[in-house]
Ligand binder design. Sequence first.
Ligand SMILES: Cc1cc2nc3c(=O)[nH]c(=O)nc-3n(C[C@H](O)[C@H](O)[C@H](O)COP(=O)(O)OP(=O)(O)OC[C@H]3O[C@@H](n4cnc5c(N)ncnc54)[C@H](O)[C@@H]3O)c2cc1C
Length: 397
Amino acid sequence: MNFDFSEEQVLLRKTVRQFVDHEIIPHMAKWELDGAFDPAIWKRLADLGLMGVCIPEKYGGSGMDYNSLAIVCEELERGDTAFRTAVSVHTGLNSMTLMQWATEEQKVKYLLPQAIGEKIGAFGLTEPGAGSDVASMSTVAVLDGDDYILNGQKTWISLCDVADHFIVFAYTDKSKKHHGISAFIVERTLDGFSSKAIKGKYGIKSGNTGELFFDNMRVPKENLLGKEGEGFKIAMSALDNGRFTVAAGAVGLSIACLEASVKYSKERQTFGKEIGRHQLVQQMIAKMEAGLQMSRLLVYRVGELKNKGVRNTRETSLAKWQACDFANKAADDAVQIHGAYGYSDEYPVARYLRNSKAPVIYEGTREIHTIMQAEYVLGYREDKTLSNMLPKWPFDE
Ligand SMILES: Cc1cc2nc3c(=O)[nH]c(=O)nc-3n(C[C@H](O)[C@H](O)[C@H](O)COP(=O)(O)OP(=O)(O)OC[C@H]3O[C@@H](n4cnc5c(N)ncnc54)[C@H](O)[C@@H]3O)c2cc1C
């Protein structure tokens, strides 16, 4: 395995870091209070080619490899989790799923405008009564002439009020359980579609999250993604990609925690010395560093597997679980190191702690990943190919 970054990747990291330092971090306090970031950021992300990282150039993407996407996610989340979540949803859960499952016509119509940043994509799987237990969803789709009629509701959907296109899951045949779920490309402009933001979130306050409602919404038959009944497989393949971006972002959050903690440890003095000289503070710093480096190894290994076109559900789950847990612990310790000042908005660490919680819940909770890992090791879960794989990198144009 080669751990060297290419010149292109080094430049990409530098570019995204500068963008985050100059155009995101200085505005975070305001955007947190506003409950939304400036929508002009979408255009800037598109200008920098960050809306289509690892999407082939022929579909409007920048054609970079999967670890380049990890670098982008890492650097964005060093700024704030809302931006990495946006890329996770737009690229990881939506565009990469279209890349795997869409017909050529669907790719031209939906993937291409998303990859160039003209349109924003999102992903609607979770329902009020169906989170970890996907198959308990209630949304249904009934074929009627040339359309499917969708009725139901989704909740906790990132970019619910912002996205133009959604990949939405619904039962076309409930008697078949998992095998009766289908996936649809849904445009916001369809009659019967509405959305509503959830107010009072604990973290990711500048990000948009909420509900989708489908009231006799007619979706053209040609917007079925994959075949009828393939929805569960499509959802799981999407999560293989989304979880990779979440894991990479968690590395960025750990970096942010470490940077803030190192700075404060050298500024703050107690008992006649910098707090960084106290061994118990050093222990927290050392654990942050260890968590960060271990997470990085897990994430870049998954990127390499994706580059080779190798199945990676097991490795992605491990990376997502561990990187998010490490980041959550790093954020908790970062607040601890800042003492009472950490418990305010004077420093960014309270925001890091709030933000670090959602990634431990979404795209498979900590408990779901724990179960997955145990089942793989015990041989109760087969590491078989559930889905068609992402294209190998470099992409065959
Ligand atoms: C900020 C944010 C953004 C989100 N964005 C999206 C999005 O864009 N699209 C989308 O579709 N969803 C999104 N989600 C939803 C997210 O994926 C779900 O919240 C997640 O899958 C968990 O589902 P749940 O909240 O219903 O919890 P539940 O599934 O009800 O779980 C509740 C608790 O029970 C535990 N539990 C459940 N089953 C088991 C089990 N078998 N064994 C042990 N413990 C178990 C869980 O680990 C958890 O601790 C988002 C959530 C958040 C917070």
